[in-house]
Design a protein around this ligand. Structure first.
Ligand code: PBG
Length: 330
């Protein structure tokens, strides 16, 4: 018997495929991540992330201009500090003259409200030990102390709010930080500043290149007592649910590609914007495979980014975004 159903009829030509495509990428889907350093006139390529550099605040402004030219409206800022600026209390996290605070003020001055600014809120680039929270001695040994970290994180969020951020983005994974930060913002009159919660953040090997880029590798142990166990998906719904109930305005799943199942499940429990972080290791893998001639970079990038959107993301944080838009890959 001849086939009754013929799905191939809908794939005959590019024109037809385009007309029935379910998923599209637009420049406004992207949040471009940037590493900002506290010196002037510096562009410093990052070995582990080919094509990506750290920028001083003055040169960052040109990159934001470059993004705007392609229709990208959103940037996520990460501060990178020399080891000499770090201590056990993460003092530099609340420096109003730190690289992120300066970048926020300058970017706001130049672009006004034509840009949506996000800032990573975490202590790992400010502590001398590289953990995302403060340490405490206990009878069970040294632990990452949840509640004293909350205070520092909230103070860091306030520093960014005062510098003009749109969304502070806590990535530390301490319990209760979204509610704590929300309250701190509100009490200081920053009711209009939002929170993009890194709600579902796994303890992942795919952050490797980022830690070189930001100089934030922990000096002992790993992040498994605060970041999530990759074996768990129900726990992701719990984490997302908590951040939603604590007042997050958007929630994130991170990493993206190895966790598309989790992204799709979180999609089902929230009406808020859902963000996926296509992290440094995901980027580096495609770059390495392309450099080895193993695959076509343009198609691989398009497919990877499309699959993140198809799985349910509204916004994608990706190191590929600018290059992909400039070269017409998406
Ligand atoms: C800070 C932070 C990390 C990333 C984003 N915010 C590193 C980590 O948790 O170790 C990773 C992003 C990436 O790999 O691109 N805690």
């Amino acid at each position: 018997m001849n086939p009754v159903e013929r799905p191939r009829r809908l794939r005959h030509s590019q024109a037809l495929r385009d007309s029935v495509a379910e998923t599209w990428l637009r420049p406004t889907d992207f949040i471009v991540p940037f590493f900002v350093v506290p010196v002037a006139k510096l562009e410093e390529p990052i070995h582990a992330l080919p094509g990506i550099s750290r920028y001083s605040v003055d040169l960052l402004l040109f990159q934001l201009e470059r993004a705007a030219k392609r229709g990208v409206r959103s940037a996520m800022l990460f501060g990178v500090l020399p080891q000499s600026a770090k201590d056990s209390e993460a003092t530099s996290a609340t420096d109003a003259e730190g690289p992120v605070a300066q970048a926020l003020r300058q970017a706001r001055k130049v672009f006004g409200n034509d840009i949506v600014l996000y800032s990573d809120v975490c202590l790992c680039t400010h502590t001398d030990h590289g953990h995302c929270g403060l340490l405490k001695e206990t009878p069970r040994g040294v632990v990452i102390d949840n509640d004293s970290s909350l205070e520092r994180l909230a103070a860091m969020a306030l520093t960014h709010a005062e510098a003009g951020v749109d969304f502070v983005s806590p990535s530390d994974m301490m319990d209760g930080r979204v509610g704590y930060i929300r309250q701190a913002l509100d009490r200081s009159g920053h009711t209009e500043v939002g929170i993009l919660a890194y709600a579902v953040k796994y303890a992942s090997a795919f952050y490797g290149p980022f830690r070189e880029a930001a100089g934030s590798a922990p000096s002992f142990g790993d992040r498994s007592t605060y970041q999530m166990d990759p074996r768990n998906a129900r726990e992701a719904l719990r984490e997302a649910g908590l951040d939603l109930s604590e007042g997050a305005d958007m929630v994130m799943v991170k990493p993206a590609l190895p966790y598309l199942d989790v992204l799709a499940r979180v999609r089902e429990i929230t009406q808020l914007p859902l963000v996926a972080y296509n992290v440094s290791g995901e980027y580096a893998m495609i770059k390495a495979a392309a450099a080895a001639g193993a695959l076509e970079e343009a198609r691989a990038v398009r497919e990877a980014l499309t699959s993140i959107k198809r799985a349910g993301a509204d916004l994608i944080i990706s190191y590929h975004a600018l290059e992909a838009l400039e070269k017409g890959w998406v």
